[in-house]
Design a protein around this ligand. Structure first.
Ligand SMILES: [Zn+2]
Ligand SMILES: [Zn+2]
Length: 182
């Protein structure tokens, strides 16, 4: 099997983690991960206690490894692999062949998953719910960016604070009526 990224190097058996085998490329350090093995590994290997919540940390952002943005063809069946975003703030995407049940991780992407506390949650990334949540986060972020450009960071922080309070107060409807009467 040839590396789908470099196209010329052969994929060789490697270990991503203790008990987690994959087929790795010695040139680009990408690897083809069997999701069948992965699911077994994720079930039997306890995730670190801190891995309860996904996070978007600055450390992980700094780690952002180069992602293969071009379409990747599955080294097993030669079909184009589907791309899934990991999070709203990180451009890296995982490539998956649903036919072969294999995922392609570019070099450094496993470490990125670990830094994001997602290394035990890969199948969740491939769900519609996860991808919808990312799109919502992006829209929200874009809107906040536009407001910040118009009224500044300080004003935006005040608006956010007010909105958060508005969401919890029982007097919400009275306040809205007062504000929107013009
Ligand atoms: Zn390669
Ligand atoms: Zn395939």
């Amino acid at each position: 099997m040839k590396c789908p990224h470099c196209k010329t190097s052969d994929l060789k058996p490697t270990m991503i983690d203790e008990y987690l085998p994959a087929m790795g490329c010695g040139t680009c350090h990408g690897c083809l991960l069997s999701l069948l093995y992965y699911r077994h590994w994720a079930e039997t290997q306890k995730s670190p206690a801190t891995e309860s919540e996904p996070r978007n940390s600055g450390a992980a952002l700094a780690l952002e490894p180069p992602d293969t943005t071009a379409a990747i063809t599955c080294p097993k069946c030669a079909r184009v692999m589907a791309k899934y975003k990991l999070s709203g703030r990180i451009s890296n995407r995982l490539d998956v062949c649903s036919t072969c049940d294999e995922a392609w991780l570019d070099g450094g992407e496993w470490e990125l998953l670990e830094a994001l506390h997602l290394s035990h949650k890969i199948p969740a990334i491939f769900t519609d719910a996860w991808q919808r949540r990312i799109r919502r986060e992006l829209t929200e972020e874009t809107r906040r960016g536009i407001l910040t450009r118009m009224i500044g960071a300080d004003g935006t922080a005040r608006v956010e604070q007010f909105r958060a309070w508005l969401a919890t107060t029982k007097h919400r409807s009275h306040i809205m009526t007062y504000l929107y009467r013009g």
